[in-house]
Ligand binder design. Structure first.
Ligand SMILES: [Zn+2]
Length: 229
């Protein structure tokens, strides 16, 4: 009912996470103008993202929705998802991204969506796994099922932020365990995460899943960052 949502907007005005302007009743998280100007990953950059994974694990397809550049106001969207207790932002962003990607055939032959698992300690601290919400948005847009019980994180890797590429690799070895390999066998799995940086954690999870016979992996993240940005 429109009058109810209008009333709610009046009492609790909502603002664009990027520019701070008041949102209209039809807009969520981001205004139309900021959505239009979002630094999206265009097709031409797909190869660059896919290169991140070369030689470590075999990845079928990999893409991200937008650039995650240092200091960009667009990062607020992902900060709200990860640190500000607004996981629903991730669901809506992923839904929008997946609706666009579905038209490009990105989800062809994908059987299952697997959110990158968090360690128990981190999940307890945050209260939710942001990747679950990203997976939910993709599932709503595509109808592909989500599987959360196939792989789990058995070790919590310390923060990756101040490590170089080699150190990050050492840091993520052996942190995942595939609990139900039979569910991964012969399946094409879409592994989802919030931000792609070096891809080290995602690749370790992909490599663990690929111990199941015939398991193929593709990757989706909301944000993409790269060296120097
Ligand atoms: Zn805006």
């Amino acid at each position: 009912m429109k009058w109810i949502s209008d009333l709610i907007d009046l009492i609790f005005p909502r603002y664009c996470s990027v520019c701070g302007e008041l949102l209209s009743p039809q807009e969520r998280d981001i205004c139309v103008s900021c959505l239009f100007s979002m630094p999206r990953i265009e097709k031409i950059h797909l190869e660059e993202i896919e290169k991140t994974f070369w030689g470590k694990a075999k990845i079928e397809r990999a893409t991200s929705y937008m650039y995650y550049k240092k200091g960009s106001p667009y990062n607020n969207l992902i900060h709200n998802l990860k640190y500000k207790n607004h996981p629903e932002v991730g669901e809506r962003l992923a839904y929008t991204a997946a609706t666009e990607l579905a038209g490009k055939g990105f989800f062809n032959s994908i059987d299952l969506i697997v959110p990158l698992p968090l360690s128990k300690a981190k999940r307890r601290k945050r209260g939710y796994n942001q990747c679950d919400y990203i997976a939910a948005g993709i599932s709503r847009a595509t109808g592909i099922a989500i599987a959360r019980d196939i792989v789990s994180r058995i070790k919590s890797n310390e923060t990756q932020t101040h490590k170089n590429r080699e150190e990050r690799w050492k840091n993520v070895e052996g942190i995942f365990e595939v609990r139900k390999p039979s569910k991964a066998e012969g399946r094409h799995i879409l592994l989802v995460d919030d931000i792609l940086t070096t891809g080290a954690t995602l690749q370790c999870c992909a490599a663990a899943l690929q111990e199941a016979a015939g398991c193929k992996i593709s990757i989706f993240t909301l944000g993409y960052t790269y060296n120097g940005i």
